[in-house]
Ligand binder design. Structure first.
Ligand code: AMP
Ligand code: ZN
Length: 464
């Protein structure tokens, strides 16, 4: 089967064919570094990480750029409030972002352009738009005239005429029912940072930043551009208008957008105050692997409701993969050359996972296949129908999961020592013939989803 993506531009699932064979150029809208990123942002970044990993797994060489928006309305406002220069203010959140990226096991992109390092490229792009009469000046700011770009509204399906009553807008963000001429270059103000450039003094609008950085790093036409659905309008609509009006070429071939992480039916966001940062969750002892698993386990185009219970369920599911990996390790010495049925099943599971991911990255479907194999492997090992070929094939599937989902099964750490300490206590209770205490511990572990098995080699445990 061929790899297919749902393209927001055409509202259809399409076969993915990159511009250059074997190579994918990918632009992922990155954080606005005015605060810590919340786990809603990370839902999008993790899905983009999975996209990158899956493209690599499919044999493509990926060049990814993720921007850091270190100058825009929000960063400027917060820096001013904190009494710091823009650079001093954003530095802390850029560092925090990379710490979070590492904590979640996100693969590094090839490029992390900071907007403030590309001001001349932004000014150049605005100049090209001026030369083609797509922008006009008003009180020192330059606005993109949306009526000069016939394709305006193609991505977001807005009607460019709908907002005609109100001429133009200065702020970076505005509502979909009110498309207007937007600022590509903002007039200098005393209390705002500005730059001297070939188009004069001022600062870029948010949208021109991504157009300039993506085309500089990936070319004027590239393969995939992503973000959360809130980016479709106005951000990505405006990026297309600016880029295509300047170059006369198609800007991006596939536009992919992730649905939101929600809390009680509402988008998790800074402005609503209903957000968790990674740091909040880590401080409460939540496992980052489980968070990664949870955020990846739901298909990216479906909204995902965040609950602490969902997070612990994700931890339990991951625990079953950990158990399987550990059991496979332990099973090695008793291998025979027999078996083989499970190996056949494992091949099918791998194919099923690939087919699911080929179908617009259906992670939930892929995990469904994987857990079929988990069950069948335990039964095969229990029944002694487990040979060398079966082991290799099952391990192969777990390795594929690891490369694509970025989580290594069998690496559970702290929880294990906790459980093992209880198991030791139970053994001690039994040794002193305190069977009531031993049973209490068994029940407690059962309550946590841990099943004990007394074997001639000692106590073994697994998760339900
Ligand atoms: P921002 O820092 O607000 O520009 O957002 C960075 C990225 O996170 C963008 O791609 C947004 O679309 C995405 N994003 C923001 N809020 C959420 C959310 N609640 N769920 C998923 N993605 C989000
Ligand atoms: Zn962007």
């Amino acid at each position: 089967m061929a790899l297919r993506f749902y393209n927001t531009l055409t509202r259809q699932e399409e076969e993915f064919v990159p511009l250059n064979t074997g190579e994918v150029r990918l632009y992922t809208c990155g954080p606005t570094v005015y605060d810590y990123a919340h786990i809603g942002n990370f839902r999008t970044y993790l899905w983009e990480d999975l996209l990158r990993r899956y493209l690599q797994h499919r044999g493509y060489r990926v060049t990814q750029a993720m921007n850091l928006t270190d100058v825009d309305d929000k960063t400027i406002a917060n820096a001013r409030e904190a009494g710091l220069t823009l650079a001093d203010y954003t530095r802390k959140y850029i560092e925090a972002f990379f710490e979070d990226v590492a904590a979640l096991g996100i693969e590094k992109a090839e490029h992390y352009p900071r907007a403030t390092a590309y001001i001349p490229e932004m000014a150049r792009l605005v100049r090209r738009l001026q030369e083609k009469a797509h922008v006009y000046e008003s009180r020192g700011s330059l606005y993109f005239k949306i009526s000069t770009f016939p394709g305006y509204g193609r991505l977001s399906r807005v009607d460019p005429a709908a907002g005609a009553g109100q001429a133009r807008i200065d702020s970076d963000e505005y509502e979909k029912d009110n498309p207007r001429d937007f600022a590509v270059w903002k007039a200098p103000k005393d209390d705002e940072p500005y730059w001297d450039t070939e188009i004069g003094r001022g600062r870029p609008g948010w949208h021109i930043e991504c157009s300039a950085m993506s085309m500089k790093l990936l070319g004027e036409t590239f393969d995939i551009h992503t973000g959360g659905v809130d980016n479709i309008f106005p951000h990505h609509e405006n990026e297309i208008a600016q880029s295509e009006a300047a170059t006369g070429k198609p800007f991006v071939r596939y536009w992919l957008h992730a649905a939101h992480l929600i809390v009680d039916g509402e988008k998790m966001s800074k402005s609503k105050g209903n957000f968790f940062t990674l740091r909040d969750l880590a401080a409460r002892g939540h496992d980052m692997r489980a968070l990664r698993y949870m955020l990846l386990s739901v298909h990216y185009r479906k909204p995902l409701n965040f609950t602490v219970e969902g997070l612990s369920q994700a931890g339990a599911a991951l625990g079953r993969l950990d158990d399987l990996a550990l059991r496979l390790e332990a099973a090695t010495p008793s291998l025979t050359t027999g078996g083989g049925d499970l190996a056949v099943k494992a091949e099918k599971v791998l194919q099923g996972m690939t087919d699911a991911l080929d179908a617009d990255l259906n992670t939930a479907g892929a995990l469904g296949h994987l857990f079929d194999l988990v069950r069948e492997t335990h039964s095969a090992v229990d029944a002694g129908r487990f040979g060398e070929r079966d082991l290799m094939a099952t391990r192969g599937v777990l390795r594929a999961f690891e490369t694509i989902f970025g989580i290594r099964p069998g690496q559970r750490a702290d929880l294990d020592t906790d459980i093992e300490a209880l198991i030791r206590k139970r053994a001690e209770a039994r040794a002193r013939k305190d069977f009531a205490a031993a049973d209490r511990i068994r029940d407690e572990l059962l309550g946590r989803g841990v099943i004990l098995e007394d074997t001639p080699q000692g106590v073994r445990w697994k998760r339900k």
